[in-house]
Design a protein around this ligand. Sequence first.
Ligand code: GAL
Length: 314
Amino acid sequence: MSPGEKLDPIPDSFILQPPVFHPVVPYVTTIFGGLHAGKMVMLQGVVPLKAHRFQVDFQCGCSLCPRPDIAVHFNPRFHTTKPHVICNTLRGGHWQREVRWPGLALQRGASFLILFLFGSEEVKVSVNGQHFLHYRYRLPLSRVDTLGIFGDIYVKAVGFLNISPFVEGSSEYPVGHPFVLQSSRLEVPCSRALPRGLWPGQVIIVRGLVLQKPKDFTLSLRDVAAQVPVTLRASFADRTLAWVSHWGRKKLVLAPFLFYPQRFFEVLLLCQEGELKLALNGQALGTISLDQQALERLRELRISGSIQLYCVHY
Ligand code: GAL
């Protein structure tokens, strides 16, 4: 940034922590803004063939000595005949009472996706899309600001996400959509068929990284006649985000401009009867009206511009 250049005042909650790909374990990182109810941490990885154990710790700080308190210690163990998970809390250097969760769906040699969903009283953990455990906090969640991953694990990606701001759109247990790096399916421009159009309740999620020196980013919805009834366009020249209609009419999204070079972003569209709801980086940013028939006639989602994609899901 050149001296004197002005930045929009962005509320902290708008900034999304970028995913980390293939970090070296032991891996310790700060959780931007700490943990609070509604945050999710997604862990994609593989259990090594000779794994003994690994642990994912949600820590209060990162000092080595004295050891930081650990609000949530999630510790899969593979060395027994029945793989299981131990959850516990470390307080003032002392482990509390352990909770043991049998029936672990993780296997040596297999890849996995674990989702930690932080609620106000407890954390819920799903393994490969299935609810696995819930652990009640014994330390205030607000003290947690550090994630530590240790032991026998290959980490492919760690993602930091928010639950959908639309109650209607978020199931009780949101599904984690894996991040993918350098997949030909995610090359930009990227096109996805919408064989049955968009229906109420459907959600489109696009996650990625803005490139250096970006020009624009567009997400357009095309119909059977290859018309484009609606496009969401971020323009970096004038730093605006707008809905652009088939006729070129622009409706500005009135919010701080959230796309920054080399920053992660998440666009979520929720289809409802006659409208699309937009959320950016977990924050609801209004709706665009589109008649229901137009939504049902949509056949293609096209994403283009100065971005690298990590996930497109609908
Ligand atoms: C201990 C183990 C620690 C931690 C703890 C959890 O036996 O040494 O690493 O897993 O259990 O209760």
